[in-house]
Write a protein that binds this ligand. Structure first.
Ligand SMILES: *[C@@H]1O[C@H](CO)[C@@H](O)[C@H](O)[C@H]1NC(C)=O
Ligand SMILES: *[C@@H]1O[C@H](CO)[C@@H](O)[C@H](O)[C@H]1NC(C)=O
Ligand SMILES: *[C@@H]1O[C@H](CO)[C@@H](O)[C@H](O)[C@H]1NC(C)=O
Length: 421
């Protein structure tokens, strides 16, 4: 059996080894000389934390024995139990010298944030770069990553703002940026100025939050005119300045403190929008026209009186087909004001309306009744109740309110599907 496998050509053996974890592939070297040769030629190396404290040493050995002239990808994850006595920079150097495309380092070990060699930031071949956790991003001289398409910076620490700026301006074709920050990353201002960027995912988190101080002073500046997809969850109460995004198609505004007029105005081209409302935005909802919006997911925070903002937004979203609302259990009672005119989307487009955790209070009922009575194209309404006491009675009450769309189904699932793409 062993001989039969050993008779296979090198290329096929390599393909087989690519299918097993790198650690297993490298371990085959003890089977026979034949395997030893093949495993040295692997072009995709992936070492994931398996709780073994010697993993770093193992990677070191594997790279010393490795002989392939080219390395396509090097993926390394060092876990908390890993000993810290290895030189990770040497591995980076090795990969860069072999024309690596994909470099993904996740250092979850107990060492202090590690700087990587300068050659990383001037590598011609890297397409995909992901740096995660105990990594010190120190880009002191001009970076040049001409092939870089995707960059992820996850919970790293930066030497300074210039390092970030140099890294982000290193590639003329960078189109996908993922950023996750913790509050000890040594930056005050975070500036994303990337003309080619199409996808931006930006999330802030707390690593050591103590006390009630949930504000950090600093700013987020985004100047990315080619952006089509934008996800942001900023829990730090940062000052957020966003320059125009005329191509934006999809936005997930998970949490933006103090969103101002200008912020919302930058979203005018979106087709798909998820918005967590942190304060009423009546003025900007009145002033901003969402001519393209077809899908709107809406999550008001519990302390926000949101109904007016929503109604103004509906007035300004003539193409809206899907409206989903999710209210918080403790949310304050919204106040209903009958709109002066029926929003255009109700007369001609709205087909799906859903409400997660519908409280059933008087003004909430008014909204549902209004939509049922005025949405002429409505096909499906799904409502899940927050409080399920007297459920049948509450359902009957809604069932009996007049519907203008004769083909409209009214459903009461226990859970309304919340699947903003
Ligand atoms: C943090 O930032 C300061 C300047 O703002 C810089 O001098 C220092 O080297 C940075 N590094 C660390 C580890 O804090
Ligand atoms: C953007 O990059 C992230 C992180 O690498 C990845 O998960 C996501 O799928 C990418 N998006 C696209 C559309 O390529
Ligand atoms: C951050 O930006 C503000 C406003 O532009 C500026 O005053 C401040 O000096 C910046 N901070 C750093 C550390 O560069």
């Amino acid at each position: 059996m062993e001989n039969r496998i050993c008779d296979l050509p090198d290329d096929l053996l390599l393909l087989i080894l690519i299918l097993v974890p790198t650690k297993v592939a490298v371990t085959t070297t003890i089977l026979s000389k034949r395997w030893r040769f093949v495993s040295k030629m692997l072009r995709l190396l992936e070492f994931n934390d398996d709780g073994n404290e010697k993993l770093g040493w193992f990677i070191d050995q594997s790279l010393q024995l490795h002989k392939a002239p080219k390395l396509r990808s090097l993926i390394v994850e060092l876990g908390p139990s890993c000993t810290v006595d290895v030189d990770v920079g040497k591995w980076i150097e090795y990969a860069v010298n072999r024309g690596v495309y994909v470099l993904d380092f996740k250092l979850l070990w107990t060492a202090k944030p590690t700087s990587f060699p300068k050659s990383l930031y001037t590598c011609d071949t890297i397409v995909d770069l992901s740096l995660s956790n105990e990594i010190f991003v120190d880009v002191s001289s001009q970076a040049r990553l001409p092939s870089l398409l995707r960059l992820s910076l996850l919970h790293v620490v930066y030497k300074d703002e210039d390092s970030l700026v140099r890294l982000l301006s290193s590639s003329p074709i960078l189109n996908n940026l993922t950023v996750e920050r913790h509050e000890e990353d040594n930056l005050t201002n975070f500036t994303v100025k990337v003309p080619s960027l199409q996808i931006l995912y930006y999330v802030t988190t707390w690593r050591n939050k103590d006390g009630d101080d949930d504000r950090l002073t600093g700013s987020l500046v985004i100047d990315a005119p080619a952006l089509t997809k934008f996800d942001i969850i900023d829990v730090w109460d940062y000052y957020c300045l966003i320059e125009n995004m005329p191509c934006l198609v999809e936005a997930y505004i998970g949490f933006v403190p103090n969103p101002n007029d200008k912020f919302l105005r930058n979203l005018v081209s979106v087709r798909h929008l998820l918005l967590c409302l942190t304060e009423p935005m009546v003025e900007c909802c009145t002033a901003t026209k969402f001519s393209w919006l077809i899908e709107f997911y809406f999550r008001p925070e519990e302390s926000v009186d949101w109904l007016d903002s929503l109604m103004f937004l509906l007035q300004n979203s003539p193409k809206l087909k899907t409206l989903m609302i999710k209210t918080e259990p403790q949310s304050i009672a919204p106040s209903w004001n009958q709109p002066n005119s029926i929003p255009g989307c109700l007369s001609s487009n709205l087909e799906i309306f859903g409400w997660v955790d519908y409280g059933g209070r008087e003004d909430e009922k008014q909204l549902v009744t209004y939509i049922l009575a005025n949405a002429e194209c409505l096909k499906k309404v799904e409502i899940s109740f927050l409080d399920t006491s007297n459920l049948e009675e509450k359902q009957k009450e809604l069932q009996s309110s007049p519907r203008i769309s004769s083909s409209c189904q009214l459903l009461f699932p226990t859970q309304v599907e919340w699947d903003f793409s």
